[in-house]
Design a protein around this ligand. Structure first.
Ligand SMILES: [Mn+2]
Length: 279
């Protein structure tokens, strides 16, 4: 690893912390693009040790009440190895860094068919689940709207979250939406994302946990499925709409957004030059 590149990366994170302090933030998320594209390109152990050493320097710069989230990703932009490819590596690093560090689960950063809900359950058991980047994918994308392809997976993740919130000491989670689109109005995408998250959460809350536990203890596999799918197939949209209305929100966010021409009004206010980018 080139020492200048390393020092620049650490300095960049320190700069980001300073911006965060100015903005009133209280956490830093680290996702590293580092890795290799060819076998033999780097020594795996050394890559881990260098990454950890650099993260320690960043960790030591965190203000007292701050947290740092270690995000993992199996591939891209490097296609042979990534420095932090999976939850196990993220977990080891979070443990070695200390109390302020925990793991960040980006739903799109898994190999196809990975059991993300199991990862969520185990990390919560270890009190090391820091938060989420919500999105969805079909193949290797990580930018689709959460719940647009795999709503049942999202529900099963929330099932573990609700169970974990009741039965572990995992600290409060940070909820983030990490999706980026050029096909949709990003505001509409955010509205759909929040709606999908609310629905998955509400459906997880109506799971009959007493019967689910009984089914698990009796090895009644069919009943366990009935309980989970009974909750998932319940149309709770009127309930989430009412929850929004009680908080003075819109019953139908997309319709309201379009009817009120929110985008047009915001452009009038802010101009057209503001451009946002993200990873
Ligand atoms: Mn992310």
């Amino acid at each position: 690893v080139n020492k200048d590149v390393r020092d620049q990366a650490i300095a960049h994170n320190k700069e980001v912390i300073d911006y965060g302090i100015a903005l009133g933030s209280d956490s830093l998320t680290v996702w590293l693009s580092d890795g290799t594209t060819f076998p033999g390109q780097a020594n795996f152990r050394q890559a881990y040790q260098h990454t950890l050493a650099s993260l320690k320097e960043i960790y030591d710069q965190l203000p007292e009440e701050w947290k740092v989230f270690i995000e993992y990703k199996p591939f891209e932009p490097n296609f042979y190895s990534m420095s932090i490819p999976d939850w196990g590596t993220s977990y080891m690093m979070a443990n070695q860094l200390g109390e302020k560090a925990s793991c960040l689960v980006d739903l799109g950063h898994h190999l196809p068919n990975t059991n993300i809900e199991q990862i969520v359950a185990i990390l919560m058991m270890q009190n090391k689940l820091g938060g989420f980047h919500f999105n969805d994918n079909k193949y290797a994308d990580d930018d689709l709207t959460v719940g647009c392809v795999k709503p049942y997976q999202l529900f099963l993740i929330f099932n573990e979250l609700v169970d974990g919130m009741n039965n572990t000491n995992n600290p409060n989670l940070s909820w983030m939406i990490d999706a980026s689109h050029n096909l949709k109005d990003p505001m509409e995408d955010l509205l759909q994302s929040v709606d999908a998250i609310m629905m998955a959460y509400a459906q997880a809350l109506i799971i009959d946990r007493k019967i689910l536990i009984e089914a698990q203890q009796n090895n009644d596999v069919s009943l366990a499925q009935e309980v989970l799918q009974g909750a998932f197939r319940t149309d709770i949209r009127p309930m989430t709409a009412e929850a929004r209305r009680i908080k003075q929100g819109a019953l139908q966010p997309i319709s309201a957004y379009r009817y009120l021409k929110v985008r047009k009004e915001l452009i009038k206010e802010r101009g057209k030059k503001t451009i946002s980018t993200g990873l």
